[in-house]
Ligand binder design. Sequence first.
Ligand SMILES: C[S@@+](CC[C@H](N)C(=O)[O-])C[C@H]1O[C@@H](n2cnc3c(N)ncnc32)[C@H](O)[C@@H]1O
Length: 278
Amino acid sequence: MTTTAAAVPGLAGQVLAEYGDRVSLHDLYDEEGAPVYHDLAAGDTSEIRELLRVVRAFRGPVLELASGSGRLTLPLLALGREVTALELKESMLDLLRARLAAAPAGAGRRCVPVLGDMSAFSLGRTFAVVVLGTTSVSLLDEAGRAGLYAAVRSHLAPGGRFVLSTVDVTPVTAVMASGDSTDEADLDFEAAGASGRRYRMIEHWPAGDPVRRVTILPPAPEAATAERIDVLTTSIRVLPADALTRELADAGLRVVARHQLPHGGPRHTDVLLEVEAV
Ligand SMILES: C[S@@+](CC[C@H](N)C(=O)[O-])C[C@H]1O[C@@H](n2cnc3c(N)ncnc32)[C@H](O)[C@@H]1O
């Protein structure tokens, strides 16, 4: 999906307006964005240890939803499990396939990458564990989440677990805890990818806003001289754990354990929820 720079709110929108028609804007998970996501995700170990600890307790095959380029898939395979990795974007699946080809043969052969939508899928089998990491449940709207819950229920083996992560704070608390005022809705920082390349990241999250908007662009000195400036953007709903727990219960899914995660974003923390079908 390609959106227009004028639709980007806050500081990122102002910066893009200054860069004018040199800007080429893309969704973070599309063809242009996927390698950047992959570069940034490659060094990100958040939630892996906690996720593996939970999965280890349930023997059998694993279904990973929104697998992306495999940040969590490879560690899940390292447990010796069969992993079905479902992902919406072919560009991300291509990166996963490349990683599987480079993985030890035993691990690569135990993974089945599937192009699919986590809000509506039917794989014709069940799994001991269904995983949805990296707070990716927040990429779905309410109707999408209803579809997700129904699909997860029909793919969980008896006694199986749905393990998903989400944010653990309300947006208002998060912004106030960061010391920002409501006028300072933008967080502007730099991050390095595994390749060593640096990225400017602007997170737009006004207090109380149910959506975080993340925009990724080259650092200002690099952008100053570039003929074309590739900019990536994604919107992430803020689904606090308590609200998500209630929503899951309404869909016949009960949270049986909560595991606090040590990392989150610059203005929030995350939690891993262990869920069973009732
Ligand atoms: C935040 S990334 C997480 C990827 C991976 N789990 C990780 O930890 O790096 C979210 C992923 O969800 C995928 N995605 C978005 N909507 C989806 C949907 N409806 N069904 C399946 N995957 C989806 C995106 O393409 C992207 O690869």
